[in-house]
Design a protein around this ligand. Structure first.
Ligand code: MLT
Length: 255
């Protein structure tokens, strides 16, 4: 199994992903928000690459029967029902709803990778469950870090490195690209506290400045979820098996 990491989706075009198995990571905060929303019972998430398209999809295709969510510069967009804070995506708000989501980097990375034959969503929350699934699939893998403004982001790269190390626990036979090895090395170097690491990143500092420190706590919860969201080319849903194991995981946690 070969694994490559893209530190930003900008270095390749959409066709690069044709037929590939891919994972998109935006640890702060988009992919964490997506996992949270689906676990709260959202029917599906429709990721979009522009605000204009978000409004069009929401109005035109679903007759305004959707929730519009997303951010610009971390803040809720005027006219949208929700921002990009995982804490907003509670069951009371999103259960049974289709959420159209626009975020600066995360949903753009997902839409860019839309030609992948299998496209999964990863964050610190679901890393072990996702790693086990990918190891069993045993297909070459592209891990896409959403990055920041077409650039490197520490938190996504560390999350990618952690994902690779978790895959390696199940499948020792990995062939890693230089960027995959660099991500693993970064993950091994940052110390133990994911929360501390996240707060110390450029994006973490911006979130704190803008009043979203609690979101960083949500994004740091390693393996709090067994859910595996996947994008089917139109919408992001949970893999059915992951729903069951997620529910039994939650039951175990509450017992
Ligand atoms: C993004 O897609 O760039 C982020 O999720 C930004 C954020 O809202 O923290």
């Amino acid at each position: 199994m070969k694994i490559n990491v893209l530190f930003s989706p900008v270095s390749v075009d959409e066709l690069y992903f044709t037929g590939k198995t891919s994972v998109v990571i935006d640890a702060l905060r988009a992919t964490t928000t997506i996992i949270t929303a689906l676990e709260s019972g959202a029917k599906e998430i429709i990721p979009v690459g522009t605000v204009e398209f978000a409004v069009k999809v929401s109005g035109g295709m679903f007759g305004w029967q959707t929730l519009l969510g997303g951010e610009r510069n971390t803040k809720k967009i005027e006219g949208f029902a929700l921002g990009n804070s995982p804490l907003e995506y509670s069951a009371e708000i999103v259960n049974g709803k289709t959420v159209v989501l626009y975020t600066t980097n995360g949903t753009k990375a997902i839409t860019k990778a839309k030609f992948s034959s299998k496209l999964f969503i990863g964050a610190f929350l679901n890393i072990t469950a996702l790693a086990k699934h990918l190891a069993l699939l045993n297909r070459d893998l592209e891990i896409i870090c959403s990055g920041r403004s077409n650039n490197f982001s520490m938190e996504d790269s560390i999350c990618a490195g952690k994902l690779i190390s978790e895959i390696e626990k199940v499948n020792e036979d990995l062939i890693l690209s230089d960027s995959a090895k660099a991500s693993q090395a970064l993950n091994k170097s940052f110390g133990k506290s994911i929360l501390k690491m996240l707060k110390d990143t450029e994006h973490g500092k911006l979130l704190i400045e803008n009043g979203f420190e609690e979101d960083i706590v949500s994004c740091s919860k390693l393996n709090s979820s067994n859910s595996i969201p996947f994008f089917n080319g139109q919408a992001i849903k949970l893999l059915p098996d992951s729903v069951e194991s997620s529910q039994s995981g939650l039951e175990a946690k509450t017992n």
